[in-house]
Write a protein of this length. Structure first.
Length: 75
């Protein structure tokens, strides 16, 4: 089965984006993201999708101290 020129172009675009993302991660090492929204609006889900993870993010207050999630303390 052969691929159409559109499918080949899409595959090349995806590979190019993957290489750019990998290059950016290599050069940056660490970055910060600010996501603002109402409770249960999907903020953590967006962050997890961007980072390709299912781990809960670490949250820091304005002074740079980690804020622990209430459920983590209860458990």
């Amino acid at each position: 089965m052969s691929l159409s020129s559109t499918e080949i172009q899409e595959a090349e675009d995806i590979e190019r984006q993957r290489r750019r993302a990998q290059n950016l991660r290599t050069r940056t090492g660490r970055f910060r993201i600010l996501i603002i929204g109402r409770a249960n609006a999907g903020k953590t889900t967006i962050l997890q999708r961007l980072c390709n993870t299912t781990e809960q993010p670490k949250i820091f207050n304005g002074e740079g101290h980690e804020v622990f999630h209430v459920l983590d303390i209860i458990i």
